[in-house]
Each structure stands twice: as C-alpha cells, then as structure tokens.
Design a protein around this ligand. Structure first.
Ligand SMILES: [Zn+2]
Length: 257
C-alpha cells in the first residue's frame, strides 16, 4: 500500500472525529470530492429514473456508529422493545414459544445491521496494491443482504462491481467486504449503490467505477404490490463509466454474460 495514500486516509479519519455525528444511521451530509456521478434506478415497472442527489458521501469521514460493547449494552432495551411489539401485535410474550424471542430478535437485528460497527478504512488497510494493470476489473454476483430503512424488512440480491484501474488495484475479496459494510445497515437501494461506488472511487482513484445492484425488497413482495418476482435494479456510474458509453456497455455486457 502506498504510504502517501495511507497518510492521507489517516489524516481524513482524524478529521472525521469532529464531524461523525452527521453520519449516524448511514445518512451522510458530507460533500463529495467527486463532481460527476449519477444514479440510474429502474423500478419494478421498468421505469427508469435519474437522480443527482445533493449530498454524496465521503467514506473516510464516516465514523463507526456502534461498537461490540454497544451491542451488549443495548441488547436488553432492544429485547424489551420487541416484547412491546409482540404485545402490540396481540401476542403473549410469556407463552413458551415466545419466551426467548425478544432476545433472539434483538441479537438477529444487531447482526443484520453489523455494518454500523465497521469502517471502510478497516477493509482497505494493506489491500491496495500498485499495479500496472489498466484493463477492466469486474467482480459480479456478490451476494447482498440488507434491511429496508422504511419497513425494517430484508432487501436481498446481488451486486456487480467493475472498475478501470489507474495504477492501483484493490484485493478482490475487499470489494465484497465493502458491499457487506454498507449493506448490513438500514438502507435504500439507491444509497447503497452509490456508497459502494464512491468508496471504491475514493480508495483507488480509478479511471472509472460501475456498480449495479439487483435486489428484491420484501416490503414490495409481502405487502403493497405483492409481486413475487419483482426486482429493483440500480446503478451508479462514475468517471469513464459515466462519460464513455463504450466502457459502460463493456461493463454491462460482461456482468450479464
Ligand atoms: Zn421497504
């Protein structure tokens, strides 16, 4: 790993301590260094929308919002909240089958959101290599499990990532780890897609990055439209993936092959 980059990252992390309040619960107010990017989303009806949200993330400035110790401390109160929910649903939390449910549910919810305990910088340490490789790198079909922040039910699917290196590459397994850190939080699919793309851009400063997320939202499948097979596809294209249709097409073709 390049020393200069490491230094730069550490510097940013130190800067972050003062501002980490703005990144609680995955909502980021930080301004982006990257000027050009776009998120295209295609919903179940096949309609495509393009958005240019006002704020973008700066992954380095993002602080951990939870620790393993926090988990232990908050487990009783989360479990108590689940007991309240059970009662509110017309159940009896004291009946045998439900006796341990609040604790199990609390532990499971902490696991589903364990991305709050991790930082992108942990993943990148010792995983960025100088390499004279300038062909597209693609990792496709990365499994993804997340939680919809509007309904607290699962979103699951696959993530495809491509980037065009600029003399710097990332250990391949680390791309999946970046997906894991952002997906194990309360999310909306558009933000998840964008966060992955921006984190890779900031880490590697590549010529371009493309991220495509295909996911099923249980809140759509089990309620509302109840479409069993509806999938939501979102993409974020940065750098040459955004500017050059040929590069973008190559990426899109390769992830479909
Ligand atoms: Zn939802």
């Amino acid at each position: 790993m390049q020393r200069s980059k490491l230094k730069q990252i550490n510097q940013s992390v130190n800067d972050a301590s003062a501002t980490h309040d703005s990144s609680i619960n995955g909502h980021f107010e930080g301004k982006a260094k990257i000027a050009k990017w776009a998120v295209l989303s295609k919903d179940a009806t096949g309609e495509t929308s393009s958005s240019q949200p006002s704020s973008v993330i700066e992954s380095w400035k993002e602080a951990r919002t939870r620790s393993v110790e926090d988990n232990e401390m908050s487990l009783p109160s989360i479990a108590a909240a689940y007991s309240t929910i059970l009662r509110g649903l017309g159940e009896d939390p004291e009946r045998q089958g439900l006796l341990k449910t609040p604790w199990r549910a609390a532990t499971a919810m902490q696991f589903f959101t364990k991305g709050y305990q991790e930082q992108i910088i942990d993943v990148l340490n010792d995983a960025i290599f100088d390499e004279d490789h300038d062909e597209m790198v693609i990792v496709k079909d990365i499994d993804m499990f997340s939680m919809c922040e509007h309904h607290l039910v699962p979103i699951f699917g696959r993530v495809h990532i491509g980037y065009l290196p600029n003399k710097r590459v990332l250990g391949l397994s680390k791309l999946a780890r970046i997906v894991e850190i952002y997906s194990r939080r309360l999310q909306v699919q558009e933000r998840l897609t964008k966060q992955i793309a921006v984190a890779i851009t900031e880490a590697l400063q590549p010529a371009g990055v493309g991220v495509v997320v295909e996911a099923t939202h249980m809140c759509m499948v089990m309620r509302g439209v109840q479409k069993m097979n509806s999938k939501t596809v979102t993409s974020a294209m940065l750098g040459v993936f955004r500017e050059d249709p040929k590069t973008r097409d190559e990426f899109l073709t390769l992830i479909r092959s």
